[in-house]
Every structure is written in structure tokens, then in C-alpha cells.
Design a protein around this ligand. Sequence first.
Ligand SMILES: Cc1cc2nc3c(=O)[nH]c(=O)nc-3n(C[C@H](O)[C@H](O)[C@H](O)COP(=O)(O)OP(=O)(O)OC[C@H]3O[C@@H](n4cnc5c(N)ncnc54)[C@H](O)[C@@H]3O)c2cc1C
Length: 736
Amino acid sequence: MTASTGDQLLLAGGGHSHALLLRMWAMQPQRRPAGLISLINRRSTALYSGMVPGLIAGLYAPDEVAIDLRTLADRAGVALIIAEITGIDRHKRLLLLQGRAPLPYDRLSLDVGAVSPAATSTDAGSTADLKPIKPLEPALAFLSQEDDIARSQRSEAPPFHVLGAGLAGVEVALALRQRWPERRVILQGRPGQPAAPFRRALAKAGITLALAAEVAPGSARPPRRHGLNCTGSRAPDWLGASGLPIDAQGRVVTERSLEVVANPGVFACGDCGVISADPRPASGVWAVRAAAILARNLSAPEHQRPLTAWHPQRRALQLLGGFRQGGPTAWALWGPLLLGPHPWLWHWKQAIDRRFMARFQTLPAMAGSSEGNGAGRPSAMLCRGCAAKLPAAPLEAALTAAGLDAFGASPEDAHALPGCAGPVLQSVDGFPALVSDPWLNGRLTTLHACSDLWACGAQVSAAQAVVTLPLASRPVQATLLSQTLSGVRSALEEQGATLIGGHSLEARHPDHAPASLGVQVLLSVSGTPPQRSWPKRGLQADDVLLLSRPLGTGVLFAAAMAGATPPHALDQALTQMNRSQHPLLDELLHLDATLPGALHAATDITGFGLLGHLGEMLGSTPLQVQLDADAIPALPGVLDLLHSGYASSLAPANRRAWSLLDRGRDRPAAVALKLGTIAAGSDRHRALLELLVDPQTCGPLLIAVAPKLADRLLKAPPSAAETRDHWRRIGTATAG
Ligand SMILES: Cc1cc2nc3c(=O)[nH]c(=O)nc-3n(C[C@H](O)[C@H](O)[C@H](O)COP(=O)(O)OP(=O)(O)OC[C@H]3O[C@@H](n4cnc5c(N)ncnc54)[C@H](O)[C@@H]3O)c2cc1C
């Protein structure tokens, strides 16, 4: 059979097969099918299972075992969508996602792995506290919490149970012994489990082996067990619930080509799929080996060739970590043959695992093209988001030449619409796509545009959008537009605003893959201010300067293009950027009504960075701002990247704002940077200066308020600081 055609391919799940597929396309772009390809995964990283027991044992750091899917997708020309998949609508050919619009597909490839089935009470006594080993990430977080118990109570800590004495259970139990040398570890298995060599190793490691039936003999109400459930694996239920054919373990049944039986254009591999004619157990080995055949069959329609059948070998070598104290060891299994334990086998296993991970760390640099940008700079390396704005100097020159210098002289964030009955503020903003997920990009652009109005004290009530789409097929353009607009709507509706109109445009130049990076969104937002809209230039002596969130998005995205930003740092930045700041505005409006006139000036920090926007706030006032360097917040990872020399492509132009820090001998600096604990001229000092000019997308609000209002705003406890924005005191204004 030939695979179905169409140019929207969804890769559901960032499992081992899909990670290798992406790597293949990054190394050989000519093998990537044409059209829009998107990878959907619940996280930006995927764990390499072969090294997970070593991670549990403490032999590897988390970064060493995590595949960075975002960088991989970028290099492969694939859009990355971080979302939870909840099902498939096979008739409408839609992949259903939690909390956002579904994604249409022509072809769908499933590599979502498996989960540990729920333990039954006969297996484990009361199972309330048994955490499933799969999915891995929550299980690892659970073990981190357990570390405190093991550390504080040492041998007194309650016993830790591992349910399931298969290979995974044995390996996990031995890894836990290495992790907690003094805590009692009990492995619960079925009669005859595990094989004698493993029993000996467990006994030597001081791990108690208990038969599930012996755990609570004759007990009417079995005691609660605390630990991990490592009993087998099951494909996620939503696969079967979607109407796909499944086997007893819930795995999707496929032909030898990996195409799902009776479902043309849908493929399944790894732990969530099974070839009906040649089933293999759920194991990473088969997920890895499926990648080559999947790559071939996903590109089959373009080459007008039939799907290729896969004949996996009958068995595969398995290497199992032993983690003996005093030096790790391992076993080798080949069918019924068992070799070891021996330290050499561990070295062999480690070399194989490290080589596997190294394949994801040596990716080609991002393709760059200076074509058409007229700047002689590779366009792929130019920063996106708000860093894609014109620098202040050419912008001012152009405004002056156009007879619009008034804009430069009075740089408000939003403007009153003339001729309206009541006060209506309006602003416009937008940029080339910052992220390859069009829905998220629609949200980020909207939140960024709204912050101009929030900075004036106006709640956003309506918006119009102009969306420029890349040259692509009509179905791809329709997907990009609908995803973008539903992202825009979700950001507007959560603050009670409405999208009232807009236009679409088609670009006139070809774009790089993925096509979603060719989307440009521009939004005009309008809303009603309070009685008195907050000016940008109203700073008064003794004002306290408050900032609503940490800085650093510019450098994080710039360094990400070089693959230098740690995935978790970008994740945290995106979580912050994706959060609307309208609740802060609501709180400010409430306090502004109770303490009228105490809020003197406000702005949002965007393309010119903190210092550039502070300069706009200061204007020609004789006041001086004292910035407390120790208090200026940076997102995780930002100072390290700045220190290593990474910077947004807009940062060099923004550095002209450093002149505010030093106006020469005859005039005091407009901004005095109080270094506090930071040594002058130190690396930290240099990184901080760069942070001050880092352009921000969805950046913080900056307000200048009377001390009594600052006290009220700072009194609100920064509870759950990572999940909500809150004010930080970063400096004061003094009378020059
Ligand atoms: C402790 C332990 C040790 C193991 N050691 C080995 C070993 O040494 N060698 C070996 O071959 N196998 C090993 N395995 C088995 C191995 O983990 C799996 O067989 C392998 O990970 C399967 O790969 P996969 O590609 O099917 O999916 P996975 O590697 O499980 O990846 C699936 C991906 O899909 C994502 N995902 C899942 N559901 C959703 C959703 N609803 N929405 C969005 N994203 C989703 C997940 O976040 C994940 O990134 C081990 C298993 C365990 C538990």
C-alpha cells in the first residue's frame, strides 16, 4: 500500500523513534518530507530510558540523559508544540490537545510510549502511595522528594517498596540502593521472580525480596505501601478510545510498514505500537530501530514508492545496570543467556549509552541565509520576537524625516483616539514569529501587544489582527491562520477582551522550514483607561521603582539559536511569557482608586531593554534614578549566557542607553547603578550591564509609585512566585 499524501504531518510524542527521525532530518534535510511537520510533546525534553537507572543511582546528571527536543526540532525544520495530547478524531483527522485548538493532519505518526498500569491491591497491599515509574518525569520528581526523607531519617526512614521484579524493577531497586545506601528497599515480585543471579545480587545489596502475596499475609486491610510501581507497561488509553485497533496491552496494531491496520496515513511505533505479524516486547531497543523504517515510509508518498515492510530481528541484546557500591556493574542478556555481573559490561553499556546521547549533541548549526535581508547578516541568526524591532537611532531619524518627531518627544505606550465620546486608548504591536508553535505565538504576540495598554492603566477590550502567512499550500496556511487566531483569542478572552476583526496577508518571499516560523502577527489593541491614564513621564522624587517579572528573554532566545540555552531555562521563560499580566493591572487599578495619585509613571519593558525604557521614562527630567543592581531580577540561566558573550542581535544598538549611566564629568548620571555586593568590573557586573539592554518580549511592567503605594504592593506575599507575577523593588528616584 502507498501512504496517503498531504502536506501536514504530525509527530505525536517525542519518543525515541521520533527523536532519531528529527536527527536524521537535521543531518539530511533533503530526506525531510515537504510541508508542515509538527512534533507534539508534553515537555521540551525527552528522557533516554537506557540511562534513567543510572540517573536514579546518581551516576548521571539530569541534563546528560535528556534529549533537547526544541533544538532538535529547530534544526530539523519541524515546529515544536508543547501540549498534552488527549485523543484523536480519526474521522475529521484531528489530534486533540488539552486546553487548546486541535491540530489537523494528513499523516500522523504516534510515538507516545507507555505508562505503568495501575497496581492492584493483590499485588501490593494498599497501592495509594505507589508512584508509577512511567511516565518517568513525575516518578523522578517523586524520588527527589524522597531524598529528603532518606537524608533526614537515614536508616529510620520508612521502607521503600518497588513493585514488580521484572528487569526494570530489579534495575530500579539496585539503583535506589546506590542512591540511598541506608534506606530499606523492598522488591515485591511474583513467585519465581527474578532469576537466581539477580536474587543473589539483590541479597548482596541488602535489598529485601518479598512475594507480593507474603507482604500482608491474611491481612483483611493490607498496609499502605510507599514506593514505585514497575509492573509492566501499557499504551495510553486514549489510543484505544480513539477507535484505533489495539492489543491486550493497549498498543496500536500496525502492519509491518508501521502503518496502523486499516488506518491509512497513521503510523505507530515504540512502546505504543505493535506489529501484528511480528510482535516485540515494549523496549527502547525496538523504538530506536523503528526510526529508520519510519523515516523511509513517511517520505514514501513524495518519492511515489510503496511502503517498506520491516522485519525486526528476533531478539536484541539487553544490558542491565547493577550499580554495586564501590563500582557499577552490569549484566548482558541475549534471549535466555545471561552474562555477568561484571564491571566491563557496565563500561560497555555506558559507552553505548553515551554514544547514543552524543548523536543529539552534535547537530549542524542553524542554516543561515543573508538573501534578501540587505543587511549582510544571516537572517536565520537574527533575533525574533520583540528583538526584531528597529533600533532607537534609525527609528528616531525616520520619524524626524517624516515630520513625526512628536512621537519621539512624547513616547507614550498607547494613544487616546481623537473624536471619541469617552477616553479610548489604542496601541499596535507585533513581530515575526518567536516560536514555531503558531498557537503559542498568537498568544505571546497578543500578550506583548496588550502590555502597552496595561502600562497606561487600560483594560483591553478589543483587538484587530493582521496575520501575514508564509508562502505555503492553502491547507497549511489555513492551519497556521486558525492556530494563530485561536491563540490570539485565548489571550484576549481570559481578560474579557474580544477580537473584532483583522486581515490576512501572504508573504512574497519563500521561508525556511518550519513554515510556522514564517507567520507574522500584528495586533491593534484598544481599551478604556481609568479617569486618568498613567503617563510614561510622571516620575517624582522619592518614587519607588517596581518591576513585575525577571528580565532576559532576549538573550535566552538568541543563545537558543546556537543551542546554548538549557531547555529548562527556555521552558521557564516561556511559562512566564505565556502568563497574562492583566491580574497585576486589576490589582493596580484597585489600589489606584484607594490611593489616588500615588502611581506616577508606568511603562512596559520591551525592545529597548530596561535601561532604554527607563531613559524614555526619565526624558529630560532633572531627577536621578538609583538602580539597586542586586535587586534586578534575571530569569534562570540568563546571567551565565550573558557572561559567556551571548546577546540578542538588537542588544548592540540598545547599548547606547549605557550613556544614561555616565553623562561625563559636568553632568550627573541620569541612572546611578548601585552595585551592592557586585564587584565593579567583575564578570557579574558586565553581565548585569548587558541585562539592562536586553530586549524583552512579553517583558515586565515598570511602575514608579509613591512609597505608601509601594508598601502596599510589596506587602502582597510573593507566594507561588513562579506561577504568578509580583512586584520587586529595583530602585528609587531622587532629586538629581
Ligand atoms: C526504569 C526503566 C529502565 C529502562 N531501561 C531500558 C533500557 O536500558 N533499554 C531499553 O531498551 N529500554 C529500557 N526501558 C524501556 C524504555 O523506557 C521504553 O521501551 C522506551 O522509552 C520506549 O520508547 P518510546 O519511543 O516508545 O517512548 P518514550 O521514550 O516513552 O517517549 C514517549 C514520549 O511521548 C511523550 N508523551 C507521552 N504521552 C503524551 C501525551 N499524551 N501528550 C504529549 N506527549 C506525550 C512523553 O513525554 C515522552 O517524551 C526502561 C524502562 C524503565 C521504566
